[in-house]
Design a protein around this ligand. Structure first.
Ligand SMILES: NC(=O)C1=CN([C@@H]2O[C@H](COP(=O)(O)OP(=O)(O)OC[C@H]3O[C@@H](n4cnc5c(N)ncnc54)[C@H](O)[C@@H]3O)[C@@H](O)[C@H]2O)C=CC1
Ligand SMILES: O=C(O)C(=O)COP(=O)(O)O
Length: 593
């Protein structure tokens, strides 16, 4: 028996426009067709019905492996060639690597769309092609905290070992020599240590170096001054930094800006006899320039844990240099750090595979759990409205221009719309393409498809308790298969809000409606007169279509009205034909949500 509920929607609150706007502009149009795909949620890979498979490509702590095994099939295959990795990857939902595995575009392409998460068991993600990951909708997460202390301790170990020639002296004694005057070192106390990069590792090195009596300065244009002050570190400009330091220790990520930041120019500005420590990435130093600086005496000594090419070639002149101390990328290699990193990355990868938003996402917005739980019903509303709007577009007219309006009693800075925007894009694109859209690739996919998106915030009077009052989507320059969905300006317009935790459609075109966005929807435009609702209900009942909700929005009694009917089943052709034959009905459309 079908359940009916009749409602004429209440008037909407009066909005005040605000200035917030976000625009993404591009060109080529998308053309709608009608292949509905199963509904998937946000980053969600819980569309994985079977147990997922996680490929662990480099050695990971046992506790992390055990954690992964509770959720997935785990394939630990170390020392694979690129070819081996590409061959295996199409059978894997997630991949976990450390710094040695290059996760290139070829890897994502070889995955055939199955790879959903790459976990970097450590900090630096310069070995993962982030652009390719994003384009393939693959989330990249890292483990940014568990190896900080290990890296900082290794930095201090290298500083002290270098200053006292520990490695060279050790080799000498083992070779049967006793060269006490050759290995006279330098003291650390009172010397100036420059940290290039004052993030997690840099700060921990600072604390320890101060304990050794060093003066610590840092060059990091993005570091907060209060943190530096709290540790007693002076933040200085690049030129001042490199010209005053006795020791320079690198702790910045490898990016296009930091690549070869220590080059011939930088070495030429340094104090003669400076000492260099690199526990960050080989690429932040121009290695040939360092060799020249060592040979000319500008640099007295260097201690390197990382290299541009790892492992470095056997004839690498830096490695063989008498004044250079080297370790094979051991910064993160303590038992404690590796156990910690393994747990951190296992939790992040499992969480991501379950569809949770990862706190350590590298190529997607990080959304705090409390924000996410508050936005959850609106996320669903956003997707449903997108799905609805795009299905109202007449075939062939192509969506190019989308305006999204968020109405809220909260201030413009108090609402993170990235998730909502991603879900609207998902709703707009998935019903008309074979692309899987998630938070990672939503903006990219919209851009690719030439979707021009404009976001606007309107601030309403009222309680800021709810994050949002309503979301409205307008599609401009399109024809609609349902003229009743057009606004006065000729745009397809739909609007919705969350009621009792559930997404509701509250406006179609200029008609106020009120129907829960569940199952599927029939929209009918008719002349308001007695008996129509009953007739449509009876026809649907005869066609074995269960009605879960019905609402009518009208301009005025006996004038034009839009009836929205929530249905559990898709009506067959005969039922649809019968509805069309009702005289007062001007047009109607069936929409799958
Ligand atoms: N050798 C090893 O085994 C390990 C190496 N690392 C490497 O150490 C580096 C730092 O790691 P964390 O401190 O955890 O990262 P982090 O993100 O906490 O700190 C990096 C700092 O570099 C700064 N920075 C970025 N661009 C800069 C620029 N152009 N000039 C100056 N500073 C800049 C940032 O503002 C930030 O404060 C990373 O490259 C990481 O891969 C980390 C752990 C182990
Ligand atoms: O975490 C980092 O950035 C590191 O460099 C550690 O590298 P690893 O995991 O030891 O290969």
């Amino acid at each position: 028996m079908a359940a009916f509920s009749f409602k004429v929607a209440p008037p909407l609150p009066k909005p005040t426009p605000s200035s917030f706007s976000w625009t993404l502009s591009l060109s080529s149009p998308i053309t709608p067709h009608r292949t509905a795909k199963p509904h998937k949620t946000l980053i969600v890979f819980s569309s994985l019905n079977a147990k997922p498979t996680i490929l662990v490509a480099e050695k990971l702590g046992q506790t992390g492996i055990q954690l992964l095994k509770t959720f997935a099939n785990v394939d630990c295959s170390y020392d694979m060639t690129t070819e081996d990795l590409c061959a295996k990857i199409s059978l894997c939902d997630a991949l976990i690597v450390r710094s040695a595995t290059k996760v290139t575009r070829q890897v994502f392409e070889s995955s055939g769309g199955r790879l959903k998460v790459v976990g970097r068991a450590g900090v630096g993600i310069d070995n993962v092609d982030l652009a390719a990951a994003t384009e393939h909708g693959c989330l990249v997460v890292n483990a940014p905290t568990a190896n900080t202390i290990a890296a900082a301790e290794h930095g201090i170990a290298l500083i002290t070992a270098m200053a006292r020639n520990i490695a060279q002296a050790d080799a000498s004694v083992k070779a049967g020599k006793w060269q006490r005057s050759k290995y006279v070192g330098v003291s650390l106390v009172g010397k100036t240590l420059l940290l290039m990069g004052f993030g997690k590792v840099g700060s921990e090195v600072a604390r320890r170096a101060k304990g050794l009596g060093m003066q610590v300065i840092a060059y990091d244009p993005y570091a907060p001054a209060d943190r530096a002050r709290a540790i007693g570190v002076e933040l200085v400009s690049f030129n001042e930094a490199i010209s005053t330091a006795d020791f320079i220790s690198l702790h910045m990520p490898l990016t296009p800006t930091t690549s070869k930041i220590l080059n011939d120019y930088a070495f030429s500005k340094m104090k003669k006899g400076v000492r260099i420590i690199n526990v960050a990435r080989g690429g932040v130093i121009d290695e040939e320039a360092l060799l020249r600086a060592l040979n000319s005496g500008i640099v007295a000594q260097a201690a390197l844990d990382v290299f541009t090419e790892e492992p470095p070639p056997k004839d690498n002149m830096l490695v063989l240099h008498e004044n250079v101390t080297v370790t094979p990328h051991l910064g993160a290699s303590t038992f404690e750090a590796q156990e910690g990193v393994a747990i951190e990355i296992a939790e992040a990868v499992v969480g991501a595979l379950k569809g949770e938003l990862a706190a350590t996402a590298v190529n997607a917005p990080m959304v705090p759990a409390e924000v996410l739980s508050e936005l959850a019903p609106f996320i669903l509303l956003a997707e449903k409205l997108g799905r609805l709007a795009v299905q109202l577009v007449a075939g062939g007219s192509g969506v190019q221009s989308v305006k999204i309006t968020y109405a809220s009693a909260r201030g413009p800075d108090d609402l993170d719309t990235r998730l909502l925007r991603a879900m609207i894009i998902k709703g707009l694109i998935e019903p008309i393409s074979s692309v899987f859209v998630n938070l990672v690739n939503a903006d990219f996919t919209a851009k690719q498809r030439g979707l021009k998106l404009a976001e606007e915030r309107i601030v309403l009077d009222g309680s800021p308790e709810k994050p949002l009052e309503f979301i409205q989507i307008q599609l401009a320059n399109v024809e609609s298969k349902f003229a009743g969905a057009l606004s006065d300006l000729g745009e397809i317009k739909v609007q919705g809000m969350v009621k009792e935790g559930l997404p509701h459609l509250t406006m179609v075109g200029t008609f106020g409606v009120d129907v829960s966005l569940e199952g599927s929807l029939i929209l009918c435009k008719q002349v308001d007169r007695p008996g129509i609702i009953g007739k449509v209900g009876t026809i649907l009942g005869e066609g074995n279509v269960n009605v879960n909700f019905m609402s009518v929005g009208r301009i005025a009694p006996r004038k034009q009205a839009v009836m929205t009917i929530g249905v559990d089943e898709e009506p067959d052709i005969e039922t649809v034909k019968k509805i069309g034959e009702i005289k007062a009905i001007e047009e109607f459309v069936f929409l799958k949500l």
